[in-house]
Write a protein that binds this ligand. Sequence first.
Ligand code: HEC
Ligand code: HEC
Length: 201
Amino acid sequence: MSFERSIKSLARMAALLLALFSMSAMAAGDVARGADLADTCKGCHFIPNYKNAFPVYKVPKIGGQNEEYILAALKGYSSGERTHPTMTGQAATLNDQDLLDVAAYLASLGAPRTQDATGPVSDKIATCSACHGERGISPMGMYPNLAGQHHSYLEHALASYRDGTRKNPIMTGFASALSEDDIKAIVAYFSSQKGLFTPAL
Ligand code: HEC
Ligand code: HEC
């Protein structure tokens, strides 16, 4: 079996296993309470193309993002698995119920935008699709949607996995296997799909 194909079947196997592990039902969050708690998030996440000062990249779009993944990301910041000065501070002020409520509120803002036609799907992109969906809309809520995400944020995320500042056993492996050219093509592909959006204030 070729290297490409074995990576691809590995990706599919990992996707399946992870999905099985996460079958436990997610507790329901309170959307109205989450809306109040999310007031402080709006100054960054509800401003189109808002930029983070250092390092410079656009604040990720969270409209249309999966509830389960939003919750995991917030928990990542509060546990220190994921670090960012502002987000660590934001997540630290919220308890477990608050996080559930905020995630429920953000997810209630709408499903990802519908898709137009896509560009050609390379083998590399097909590897990512096992978890992130062919057009970047993940078939499973635990994986982030990538479609329509800011170009500069996707680049930043992949660079962070590669240099170890963002820790995730799965993504560190996949990101490390990419060349600079692969990254350019993959980021251009996913960021140009329709999907995620900046919620209106
Ligand atoms: C000062 C600006 C700012 C504020 C305020 C802020 N965020 Fe963020 N947020 C960011 C930045 C920048 C990132 C990307 C950080 C990184 O690289 O990990 C981020 C990342 C996230 C992510 C992960 C997105 C992904 O695709 O992985 C979630 C979820 C999130 N923020 C939710 C929130 C919530 C909920 C609040 C309010 C409680 C909030 N943010 C407040 C700037 C902000
Ligand atoms: C086996 C499943 C799997 C495969 C295959 C996979 N990913 Fe991921 N990806 C994940 C998971 C899980 C996360 C969330 C990790 C975390 O919490 O940091 C993630 C996160 C990401 C993020 C960060 C998104 C955000 O909003 O911060 C990017 C970018 C990404 N993946 C790109 C890729 C690319 C490009 C490929 C193909 C080369 C790929 N992934 C293949 C499971 C996968």
